[in-house]
Design a protein around this ligand. Structure first.
Ligand SMILES: Cc1ncc(COP(=O)(O)O)c(C=O)c1O
Length: 376
């Protein structure tokens, strides 16, 4: 049997809607993008949603919109995808790595220890689809006059204290990359409750043009626009927006299926010596973008060997993520005495099991049986 780590779910309905969108006379920055943004606002109960070309640019644009740049420091978790850091680097600011806690999210204690006179913002990442402690993070931000840009790439549908993540910070940034809880293939979204920030970001994602093509085409002088600040082309096209609208209709179902599959793993693995499962008590707020277990020394076989043996059986697993401090880019610039004990331990123990909405019980049983056979 072959069990992939992830299988996208593109339905016939999705294909039909994309085919129709291809017939449109305006293929980018048009009415479907506006509809998609409006639906995403409703989902997250945020005042504004701004579709962009991907999750990395959602973060990058947010930071620029909030005035982060050269000479500034931005605190990010050490255990995240490199995009979180790259977005900071693109602005000229410096990413400052904070350690994680047992939930695999950024450690509150480590945020506090890393604040300096240059700190301007924090980017909490809701790792694997589990919310960060936004109450504490907001308190720290308020006390130190810091901006918050939430990295919600893993967390479409995640609530914290009954509010969607992304609504606690100045902005919330989403990715619709194929493995995410729904996809536009490439694509991203920024949410915010601030009209000023929204206007700035809408302008910056479209070359800095003061009027969009839709607005210009409504009047007789379409070339009449101004540029106050040069912008980028980070637009989301009509095809992707249409796919997003179609996928969004199934988000609840897709997240439910992910959750059911995750709960099944948890039930079967919760009493196994040497395996730690995601915190069951907190699972109501988890959208299980990833299902990450930890394999500790009591299991009797190292995580690397577990991965290797499962691979031989056709079961694909991986590690999210290699901690940022282990990359050459950071190694050369980090203070020698800076250590990340929790991320280092997690990196040795974590293993992401195959998880996607349409994974079958037969596939999951095959994963579980083969995993348990490896216990020494
Ligand atoms: C935590 C995190 N942040 C940001 C991104 C960047 O998103 P994108 O791939 O859409 O640029 C990803 C994507 O995979 C991610 O996992």
């Amino acid at each position: 049997m072959n069990v992939p780590l992830f299988v996208p779910w593109i339905s016939n309905e999705d294909i039909k809607s994309v085919k129709n969108a291809l017939k449109s006379s305006q293929l980018t920055d048009g009415p479907m993008l506006r509809k998609f943004e409006s639906k995403f606002s409703k989902l997250t109960k945020s005042k504004f949603a701004i579709g962009v070309s991907n999750g990395t640019e959602a973060l990058h644009l947010s930071l620029i919109g909030l005035g982060i740049g050269k000479g500034d420091e931005v605190i990010i978790p050490n255990m995240t995808f490199i995009a979180t850091s790259n977005a900071v680097v693109f602005t000229g600011a410096k990413p400052i790595l904070a350690d994680i806690d047992s939930s695999l999210n950024i450690s509150i204690d480590s945020i506090q220890k890393n604040i300096s006179k240059k700190t301007k913002a924090i980017i909490p990442v809701h790792f694997a689809g589990f919310p960060c402690n936004m109450k504490k993070i907001k308190e720290i931000a308020k006390k130190n006059n810091l901006k918050i840009v939430e990295d919600c790439a893993h967390a479409i549908g995640t609530n914290y204290n009954k509010k969607h993540v992304g609504t606690f910070g100045d902005t919330g940034c989403f990715s619709f990359y194929p493995t995410k809880n729904f996809t536009t293939i490439e694509g991203g979204m920024i949410i915010t409750n601030s009209k000023i920030i929204a206007k700035k970001l809408q302008n910056l994602r479209n070359h800095g043009l003061s009027r969009t093509l839709l607005q210009r085409n409504k009047k007789s002088v379409p070339w009449e626009y101004d540029i106050e600040v040069p912008g980028y082309n980070f637009r989301l096209d009509e095809i992707r927006s249409t796919l997003g609208m179609s996928q969004l209709k199934r988000l609840k179902l897709m997240n439910k299926k992910r959750k059911n599959a995750a709960n099944y793993y948890s039930q079967k693995l919760k009493d196994i010596v040497g395996i730690e499962i995601p915190n069951l008590l907190e699972s109501k707020n988890h959208v299980y973008h990833l299902y990450v277990i930890r394999i500790n020394s009591k299991f009797g076989l190292s995580r690397n060997l577990v991965h290797e043996n499962l691979f031989k059986k056709g079961i694909h697993t991986t590690v999210h993520y290699k901690p940022l401090h282990t990359f050459s880019y950071f190694k050369n610039s980090l203070p020698k005495n800076k250590k990340f004990p929790n991320s280092s331990k997690a990196f040795n123990e974590c293993l992401s099991l195959p998880l996607y909405p349409n994974i079958t019980r037969i596939q999951q049983d095959y994963v579980i049986d083969n995993l348990l056979k490896l216990q020494k």
